[in-house]
Design a protein around this ligand. Structure first.
Ligand SMILES: [Mg+2]
Length: 344
């Protein structure tokens, strides 16, 4: 087995906003595994200030990645427990290995999605704006075929955000559109409960990360009393050991967890999270985190493996249209049709 590393700076078509700032470029490393003439490629990429494994510099990242690739090559398999602290590297290696194990095919796990027979439903993202802008953006998503919309809240004036949610619900009923909101930790333990109560009046499906992570006691109290399902996202970053995952789920008892494989444990760590959640009656969905086509395909293949076939819960997958210089997939494209992502 041989593993090689290359890298590329990808350029966003439009600056990409996250809970930790705005990015114009993305530095992705690509690991290629070759075994018995079969090749697989995986993407390793971190988000500065968000990932637990940026290691402070590009040099340090490349060095550690290179060591872990050498180790994987000499062992002939991925040393999962050793890679737990490096979810982005683990995810890339798992992607490449999955492709090799699938004989070089992009249909990693032999799913209807992987064969191009069914799509995966997704939520659409709508940015906050004026009443007119919001109406136009919501209408456009609905016309495009979306049934589930995610709104990023917690960033501007709360009263204004709440009146925008109210305005949306006046024009688009619960039957028209499932509304998810993401506060990205924008509420405080003091104001969160009253805000959750206000939001619950407008039939909101769920709220992501109402308060900042690392406040388990406060988050647990919210999850116990909330009128609105709470989904943990940033909270899961850096929680890489199985015992810590169990501890977090048992302490906070969220209604949902949201898994980003490159941030939350790679493929195997994500599957571990979901199995632990399921056994506690906690729901989940998977989302991408600004990956190029290589990473995005891997996340979609994983979602299809875990939740498929016939996924009904919308996932948070990207559209593959983020970058001006995206990496093409071998003989295939990721395509958005209506609200579903297809591999064709
Ligand atoms: Mg989020």
């Amino acid at each position: 087995m041989q593993i090689t590393i290359s890298d590329k700076i990808l350029h966003f078509k439009q600056p990409a906003g996250t809970s930790r700032g705005v990015y114009t470029t993305r530095h992705s490393y690509y690991v290629t595994i070759e075994k018995d003439g079969v090749r697989g490629i995986g993407e390793c990429a971190t988000l500065p200030d968000l990932s637990c494994d940026t290691l402070g510099s590009d040099d340090a990242y490349r060095q550690t990645l290179s060591q872990l690739c050498q180790l994987t090559a000499s062992m002939g398999s991925i040393p999962f427990d050793l890679l737990r602290p490096y979810p982005s590297m683990l995810f890339g290696l798992e992607t490449a290995m999955a492709q090799v194990n699938a004989g070089g095919s992009l249909d990693f796990f032999h799913t209807p999605f992987g064969r191009g027979e069914e799509g995966i439903p997704m939520n659409g993202l709508v940015w906050m704006g004026t009443f007119e802008e919001m109406y136009a953006r919501m209408k456009a998503k609905l016309d495009a075929g979306f049934h589930c919309i995610k709104l990023k809240i917690g960033a501007i004036d709360w009263d204004r955000e709440l009146s925008l949610v109210q305005f949306i619900r006046q024009h688009f009923s619960k039957e028209d559109i499932e509304l998810r909101v993401d506060a990205n930790g924008g509420f405080t333990p003091e104001n969160a409960m009253s805000r959750l109560e206000q939001l619950a009046k407008y039939d909101v499906h769920s709220i992501e990360q109402p308060i900042r992570q690392h406040q388990w006691k406060e988050m647990a109290a919210l999850c116990r009393n909330t009128p609105l399902p709470i989904a943990l996202d940033e909270e899961l970053i850096g929680v890489n050991l199985k015992m810590m995952k169990e501890d977090l789920l048992d302490t906070i008892r969220p209604q949902y967890i949201i898994l980003k494989p490159s941030l939350h444990g790679g493929m195997r760590g994500t599957e571990e999270w979901i199995a632990l959640a399921r056994s506690r009656g906690i729901g989940s969905w998977i989302t991408s985190a600004l990956e190029s086509n290589i990473g995005l395909n891997a996340i979609a293949q994983l979602a299809a493996k875990i939740y498929g076939p016939h996924i009904s819960m919308p996932q948070g997958l990207g559209t593959g249209q983020l970058f001006t210089d995206n990496i093409p997939l071998d003989h295939a494209v990721l395509q958005l049709r209506g609200d579903k992502l297809w591999l064709k």
